[in-house]
Design a protein around this ligand. Sequence first.
Ligand SMILES: [Zn+2]
Length: 252
Amino acid sequence: MEHRRWGRSLWLLPLLALAAGLLALPPAAVEADLGLEGIAEPRESAAPGGGNPKYIALTFDDGPRRSTTTRLLDALAERGVKATFFLIGSQVEDNRDLVRRMDQEGHQIGIHTYDHVLLTGLNRADFSAQVDKSRALLKETLGHNDFLLRPPYGILDESVKRWAGCPIILWSIDPEDWKDRNTPRETEHILSNARDGAIILMHDIFPESVDAAIQVVDALHREGYLFCTVDELFDLRGIPLEPGAVYSDACP
Ligand SMILES: [Zn+2]
């Protein structure tokens, strides 16, 4: 398994996308092809919405949380869908098996600080205690060192960019799932804002968000969307992810 993700060339993806367009393969089948070993065959065979495939990235912050994250991983595996998880370092300690499972099943992993704190206004040592400490923990857990960064609340400044040491990933669709934890409202918000190249922000620590994510996956599959990791989303557009640069979507 290739471990240096951002910056590497995912040369296979465009070929598979082309094949999907030419052969009108069901999106779920293509995702299964893109997936790494251990991913179950998708349960449903989604019908393409017509035309070229559309790509979208599901991202989850604030985990892992054993109950909800496990249920989400099960549902994603059933559907052959890969997502990106921005983890809180302090919650990785007791959930290393879950983090390894994410990695083994082809999901991408990022840093969301060690204690879920605002990264602006910190000195270098305090920044390091949040970001570099989380990176070291993930490296020790997974054996690679290619993690994206998502600052809590999406708030950053020049110091965060200078010290990040990796690409900084924000989002373009925010259902504010933490606010009222209302599955139908969150689902509707995401579906009505979905577009090719978008990055969806959710939190896998809430049962209602897991329910919404599953409904979103099934609904967008029916519309011909393919789900991919953040790295894959940008690679498909030929956009290199650079350390310290900030990205919110890969919309054409
Ligand atoms: Zn957060």
